[in-house]
Write a protein that binds this ligand. Structure first.
Ligand SMILES: Cc1ncc(COP(=O)(O)O)c(C=O)c1O
Length: 497
């Protein structure tokens, strides 16, 4: 194995446990054929030794036309993303140059995988980490950073570069104001592409036994494309570097037609740009595909179903582009892409059918009436209901568990007999909470119901919502579900998509 693919070479900072062995150096062959038991992984002495040297998997259940498509499983890094590699090299470079000394503080502006990766490395090496996060980022991401030991500084997300509260400017200012403080700036840090030039690229080359016809990746900071792209081109100038870009990003039109477009917006996370990062020379990119969010999400879902890999949303963009590239080829090629991160944080979004429906990414059979507005359909068993004898405590638990603020109360004949909402529960708790939580929902529910037949107009819902109530859609035969204000808003939003 060449020295360049050694795992965790850069983990040798003052507090680091040192260099470790590789996960498997027979991984290339066994990963591609997978016909026998994989080699036994070594015992590591520090989590940083486990960064890099990730497995390669051939996707045999996706339709890659005449090509063979391989993915490098960067989600198997200990921080669950490709960014572990750059966190290691950027911190090691700062230590080497003296910009970061023992006991120092690391600052970065990010809400994504880079923050988590820096937290992992900083934690192991004994540095303090401050992550500046724009306030549009989800609570979950902030909690994850804090759980990893990072100090989170929230700043405004509605301001542009140059404003004193712009997140990158805040990070830079913090680093200037403190002593022994290092501002990472992955977008302009040469140790970022260097990580991929010295580890990701050589690993791919070795695992593929020097036979790589194309490499497909996205641009977040540009480090992956710049570093892996340069390495592969140096080894094989005919290797094509293919950019996977979200629709709305300025990069794909720039690569394909030299056109500068007005940036749009996209939902996949971690890739796509409204500027060209300084560490990325677009000359290295041969061709680009602009992939819509919808295609990205469906491709990531297909990857999970067919190949069993739970990957992040941007992986959908990468594989969407890789599959398009593969299917367009006239001769067989060996194509490599990446599983950049894990999809665990998308379980309630892209992997959730209701989120996909609410956001217009899944169409379901239309009835052409009010039933189309129901988010959770009762006849399909999608809604959360209680029966009249359910204890109030159970109602509270279910509301909390499912994140709903009201539920239909349905009797043994599947008829709606009431609605229980947060204010009913509150009323039950206000007087004698202890005994009321054991009493039945029947005693606290609202039984004055606003029932609408499916064939009524959308406008007929408005007086119901103005009176702060929910609409029950039912006819003589069936209860179909409830419609709330947010369902109506989502319905109108879907009409505009
Ligand atoms: C989640 C994610 N992060 C990062 C990257 C690459 O980022 P960078 O350009 O910063 O190396 C990709 C795609 O290649 C990605 O999917």
């Amino acid at each position: 194995m060449p020295a360049s693919t050694g795992r965790g070479r850069d983990a040798t900072g003052p507090q680091s446990a040192g260099v470790g062995g590789a996960r498997s150096d027979g991984g290339a062959q066994s990963g591609a054929t997978a016909a026998h038991a994989p080699p036994i992984a070594p015992v590591y002495g520090n989590v940083l030794e486990m960064i890099g040297n990730t497995p390669m998997l051939e996707l045999k259940r996706m339709d890659a036309g005449p090509c063979r498509l391989f993915v490098k499983l960067e989600n198997q890094n200990p921080g669950n993303s490709i960014k572990d590699r750059i966190a290691l090299t950027m911190i090691a470079a700062a230590e080497k140059s003296g910009r970061l000394k023992p006991g120092g503080t690391i600052v970065e502006a990010t809400a994504g995988n880079t923050g988590l990766a820096l937290a992992l490395v900083a934690g192991q090496k004994g540095y303090r980490l401050i992550v500046v996060v724009p306030d549009k980022m989800s609570d979950e991401k902030i909690s994850h950073l804090r759980a990893m030991g990072a100090e989170v500084v929230l700043t405004r997300s509605d301001v542009q570069k140059g404003h004193p509260e712009y997140y990158q400017d805040v990070a830079e200012r913090i680093s200037r104001e403190r002593t022994n403080c290092f501002y990472v700036n992955q977008f302009g840090n040469e140790a970022n592409p260097e990580a991929h030039f010295t580890t990701t690229g050589p690993e791919i080359w070795q695992q593929m036994e020097g036979k790589v016809d194309a490499f497909v990746a996205g641009v977040g900071s540009g480090g992956t494309v710049a570093g892996v792209g340069r390495f592969l081109k140096e080894r094989n100038p005919r290797c094509e570097i293919v950019l996977a870009d979200p629709v709305g990003s300025i990069l794909a039109p720039l690569v394909n037609d030299g056109r500068t477009i007005e940036p749009g917006s996209w939902l996949v996370e971690g890739i796509g740009e409204d500027f060209v990062p300084s560490i990325l020379d677009l000359e290295i990119v041969d061709t680009a595909y602009a992939i819509p969010d919808s295609e990205a999400f469906h491709t990531a879902r297909e990857l999970l179903r067919r190949e069993g890999i739970l990957a992040g949303s941007s992986v959908g963009t990468l594989l969407g582009a890789a599959l398009r590239y593969c299917r367009e080829q006239k001769s067989p090629k060996r194509v490599v892409s990446l599983i950049c991160d894990s999809g665990a944080k998308y379980l309630s979004k892209m992997f959730n059918d209701f989120w996909m429906i609410d956001n217009g990414f899944i169409d379901r059979p239309k009835h052409g009436d009010l039933r189309d507005l129901i988010a959770r359909r009762h006849l399909e068993g999608e809604d959360f209901t209680v029966n009249p004898e359910t204890p109030v405590l159970q109602v509270i638990k279910r509301m909390h568990l499912y994140g709903v603020s009201q539920m239909a109360v349905v009797d043994e004949h599947d008829k709606v007999v009431g609605i229980i909402d947060e204010s009913d529960v509150l009323l039950a708790l206000t007087h004698d909470a202890k005994s009321n939580t054991r009493r039945h929902v029947r005693e606290f529910m609202t039984s004055r119901l606003e029932t609408v037949r499916p064939d009524l107009s959308v406008d007929s819902l408005l007086p119901i919502f103005r009176a702060d109530r929910v609409a029950i859609v039912a006819d003589d035969k069936h209860f179909y579900g409830i419609i709330t204000r947010i369902d109506l808003i989502n319905y109108w939003r879907r009409q505009l998509l």
